[in-house]
Design a protein around this ligand. Structure first.
Ligand SMILES: *Cc1c(COP(=O)(O)O)cnc(C)c1O
Length: 415
């Protein structure tokens, strides 16, 4: 008789970025129960400064020296975090007039701020010209508004062209380029747009390509970078001025779900090294830029919510917590997931416990969608314990329907 080959059950990547002390998770150097007391209320998000610093250092070590790192602040626009990141990275990418204000307040250097987004209103474009930041132009319409603002204010309108490429990013969680898209200008229409930029006397500075998000396959990212470079090189022949920036996008993913593993930066570093060497002769005035959101901040943050009730329903344990979908839509599985999977979750003040039980952690909302952990193996928890959702530094509070059901907004701290 043939024995069935045992198949490995997919598990979450180890969340070993946070140490454990006295049976408790340590975030920002503090035991979780003390941190919760210091914050003063649950639920809360906490992002660890030391982990942000470490992540930037790892990227600097893995990528060639000349490559600029930009933080795409829509991943986490908390002002204290944006200010901290502004001091660590080479530039901030904003996606609205509101984010632009936060970035400038945070002390970001306007010369290194860029603004992308498919529906920039006239007022936002004028804001960008007045602030002297780079606008990644995504339509013909934007040009006239920018030219008028430049004439009115007597300052140059700095522009790059966001190109909707003629390829798609394989293995991406969310595709944002290739095919018919609301983002950028189709590659074949870019030469005409460049001519118009020249006629209007706008200050052309480069190209921006963003193929997609949440990619854990280094080879797919390298392929997209190579194709982006080739496309930019072809389009540069039509440009009214030499390229100063070539933003190759990002899309670096982090492991959220069972079976996913951390991205290998080594091949990406080697690939960028090769492209940077080519750029030295082919685009001699251009800096290569990589823009990342979740890769910088996602693994550095946790969402912490307290167990309000412990219930047994037909044999299943439910931990009812004081926050859920209203603060952390992504962990509930309702932010772009097709099939719901569990984020890595634990009970952060019970890590000394050897015992495990199968439990379901839910939030306080009157909807079955409000689920943080579906039948996971967790340290046994009771009322007052602290359920922790890892990988929560990106697309948390600002990407959640906080007003839904009228609970208090979540607290966010940088520690
Ligand atoms: C959302 C976005 C990013 C950030 O994506 P991450 O997956 O968080 O790295 C970067 N650039 C653009 C243009 C975006 O729209």
């Amino acid at each position: 008789m043939n024995e069935p080959i045992p198949r490995a059950v997919p598990v979450h990547a180890p969340m070993d970025q946070f140490p454990v002390r006295d049976g408790e998770l340590v975030v920002g150097g503090e035991r979780l129960s003390l941190l919760a007391a210091r914050v003063g209320a649950t639920p809360f998000y906490a992002v660890d400064r030391g982990l942000l610093r470490r992540r930037v250092a790892e990227l600097r070590a893995a990528l060639p020296a000349g490559v600029k790192l930009h933080y795409a602040m829509k991943a986490n626009p908390m002002p204290a975090l944006v200010a901290f990141m502004a001091g660590l990275v080479d530039g901030i990418d904003v996606a609205s007039g509101g984010e632009l204000k936060v970035a400038l307040d945070a002390g970001a250097d306007a010369a290194e701020v860029s603004f992308a987004g498919p529906g920039k209103r006239d007022a936002e474009l004028r804001q960008a010209v007045a602030a002297r930041v780079l606008v990644n132009v995504e339509s013909e319409r934007e040009l006239a508004v920018l030219a008028a603002a430049a004439a009115e204010f007597g300052v140059p309108a700095r522009v790059a062209v966001r190109v909707n490429p003629d390829f798609e990013l394989k293995g991406s969680g969310m595709r944002m380029g290739g095919g018919a898209k609301q983002f950028g200008v189709d590659a074949d229409r870019v030469p005409a747009l460049l001519a118009r930029i020249g006629e209007l006397g706008l200050a052309f500075e480069g190209f921006h390509l963003f193929a997609g998000s949440q990619n854990l396959r280094a080879e797919a990212i390298c392929e997209a970078q190579r194709q982006s470079y080739e496309l930019a090189l072809r389009l540069a022949a039509h440009a009214p001025a030499p390229l100063r920036f070539l933003n190759l996008g990002g899309g670096f993913g982090i492991p959220y779900f069972p079976g996913e593993t951390r991205l290998d930066l080594a091949p990406i570093g080697a690939n960028l090294q090769a492209l940077a060497e080519r750029a030295r002769t082919e685009l001699p005035e251009a800096s290569l830029v990589i823009e990342l959101g979740r890769y910088f901040v996602g693994e550095a943050g946790v969402y912490v919510t307290r167990v309000v009730d412990r219930k047994l329903s037909r044999g299943q344990v439910f931990l009812v917590c004081d926050g859920g979908l209203n603060h952390h839509l992504a962990a509930s599985g309702n932010f772009g997931q097709v099939v719901r999977k569990n984020y890595p979750v634990t009970v952060g003040n019970r890590l000394g416990d050897e015992a495990r039980e199968t439990a379901t952690a839910v939030g306080p909302l009157c909807t079955p969608l409000d689920l943080l952990a579906d039948r996971m193996s967790l340290p046994p928890a009771d009322v007052g314990d602290l359920v922790v959702v890892f990988q929560s530094g990106a697309y948390g509070a600002s990407a959640s329907p906080q007003a839904f059901l009228g609970h208090a907004p979540v607290t966010e701290v940088l520690v």
